[in-house]
Design a protein around this ligand. Sequence first.
Ligand code: NDP
Length: 326
Amino acid sequence: MFNALVLNQEGKATIAAVTQIDESQLPQGDVLVAVDRSSLNYKDGLAVTGKGKIIRNFPMVPGIDFAGTVIESADERFTAGQQVILTGWGVGERHWGGMAEKARVKADWLVPMPQQCDADKAMAIGTAGLTAMLCVQALIDGGVTTDSGEVLVTGASGGVGSVAVTVLSKLGYNVAALTGRVDQNGELLKQLGATTVLERSELEADGRPLEKGRWAGVVDTVGNTVLANALAQTDYNGVVAACGLAGGFALPTTVMPFILRNVRLQGIDSVMCPVAVRQQAWDKLIELLPESFYTQATETIDLAQVPQYAEAITNGQVTGRVIVKM
Ligand code: NDP
């Protein structure tokens, strides 16, 4: 028997409780992993609170990512004792996830632990950090260089945002961090490498189809009018990587930025991202993130604290990354 956070549905409410479960209850898969760390992402917040229709089949163990050690593997790519990372693939949504002391998953979903990394660092980064790196890579692939101009990161004090700010700054970009919490997090964002910190309200109101160009690139975690305004303020040939919906899933924009400024809107998905792309992104993250990131922008909680933090993350009240320790 081992501990897991288990979600059940009672009426319309989602109830989360730390429960003892038996290994035989785990779903099918070819690798059994002793989970060391999971993390709390925005999607976990939606799942655990029931605010988003993330989970359709109950009971469910949430946790869209984890890092741990292989206990046994029926797949020759993995051996007992090996450290691994999992993010995405519907784990913690359709397949029991990382917020448990053990998980059984498909070998295809696992990435070997990168060199110089451990479970703690891996989940300090987690799905949010991986997604941030995919966004940054999209800007690089789209031709945005450190000489192109300033890069905007929205939802900057969140998980994706804080990693994006740190990585972009490490790569030498001038980073403008947009946040609704300047007073609380402005100093931290500067420590992570932002050159400018902007009030969210500057980009939240309905804007014009085109504004004065300000950004060579954008990493957007917010969506809605913030993304629309960011597009309208993007320079000629600029690239906007859109990965999130913390401010809503609408996109009230026009074709103007695309047809008059050659702006590229690149969608970013980490869930079904191919393994080879993930491995490159993980290696880059380990290379680029300074030790200070792990101390400044993370906190660690245990399974029993997840429901409270899930509520907080869906209310935009979590700063940086939350590691869940088994
Ligand atoms: P966090 O909650 O950690 O960060 C989101 C940030 O957005 C908050 O910290 C806050 O930053 C800002 N924010 C919160 N609420 C609002 C609001 N109502 N309006 C405007 N801004 C708001 O979440 P994550 O970093 O884990 O995820 C960010 C987004 O990216 C989520 O929508 C998530 O679903 C998505 N995502 C997508 C992935 C993909 O594969 N496409 C993978 C991972 C995440 P501040 O206070 O600084 O303004």
